[in-house]
Design a protein around this ligand. Structure first.
Ligand code: ATP
Ligand code: MG
Length: 241
């Protein structure tokens, strides 16, 4: 199916100032997502150094470093492309594959923070029509937030299930949860409770924008007991398509 999203970059009729504003917005988004990928790369380098005596383990981490570095280069290429639409191509995506990739990307951070990652996936779900790279970025943002919120010994669960004509993808953590009354505000750009220099407050706003461009939604719920559950809904592709 063709990419039906509107290119974000204004055409020649828009003013230079408007063009700069759009490029600025795309640059901030690209920098935010590149930082997530670089955080994963640093994590793999750290765990590899701890087991430098184990060549097979080091080789595996190098493979992951290469994969994440390539993803980072691609992300920046897209931003620097002459059209600078910033939009990644849409494709048919198996959400379980994206979860597997993100689980692997975040592996070293789980190890370093002594947290457990649990997957509760329905692997027979219909596919979704979206950008694989953007869905990966969305999930990485949610996992990165959950890693930040969850104390040592806690766990994070990524789950998928059918939800009517949609597919629900959720990330649940055992952290303190989102304070009542802030459930909407946390999706606003620049809203952060992290100390200066640690958070931009752009992660969830970018997630919502990326999902909205393919008809998806995201909201937060209180997790049973303690913690937060972020739920993404994406329209499922027709199974006879
Ligand atoms: N899993 C979570 N548990 C509790 N609070 C959360 C969770 N995820 C997000 N939040 C709250 O939502 C705020 C906004 O999150 P968002 O991802 O947009 O920005 P950030 O994480 O603060 O900054 P950045 O994404 O640049 O690191 C966080 O600062 C935090 O207060
Ligand atoms: Mg964040």
């Amino acid at each position: 199916m063709a990419d039906e999203r509107d290119p974000k970059l204004p055409d020649a009729s828009t003013s230079r100032l408007q063009q700069l504003a759009v490029v600025g917005e795309l640059a901030v988004g690209a920098a935010h997502e590149a930082r997530n990928l670089l955080t994963a790369i640093v994590g793999f380098a750290q765990v590899a150094r701890r087991r430098a005596h184990d060549p097979a383990y080091v080789a595996k981490q190098l493979e992951r470093i290469e994969r994440e570095s390539r993803a980072c280069v691609e992300l920046l290429q897209r931003f620097l492309a002459p059209s600078r639409t910033g939009a990644a191509p849409l494709e048919t995506v198996d959400v379980a594959n994206v979860v597997d990739l993100v689980a692997d990307s975040a592996r070293s951070q789980f190890e370093l923070q002594r947290l457990t990652l649990e997957l509760d996936l329905d692997r027979a779900l219909p596919h979704v029509h979206c950008s694989r790279d953007e869905l990966t970025q969305v999930l990485l943002n949610l996992v990165s937030n959950a890693l930040h919120a969850t104390p040592v010994g806690g766990s994070i669960t990524i789950a998928t299930k059918r939800s009517g004509g949609a597919l629900a993808l959720s990330v649940t953590d055992t952290g303190p949860g989102v304070p009542a009354g802030l459930e909407e505000q946390i999706f606003e750009p620049f809203f952060t409770t992290k100390p200066i220099g640690q958070g931009t407050g752009l992660g969830l706003a970018l997630c919502r924008t990326m999902l909205a461009s393919v008809g998806g939604t995201i909201h937060v719920e209180a997790a049973p007991g303690h913690g937060a559950t972020f739920v993404i809904r994406l329209p499922a592709e027709r199974e006879d398509a």
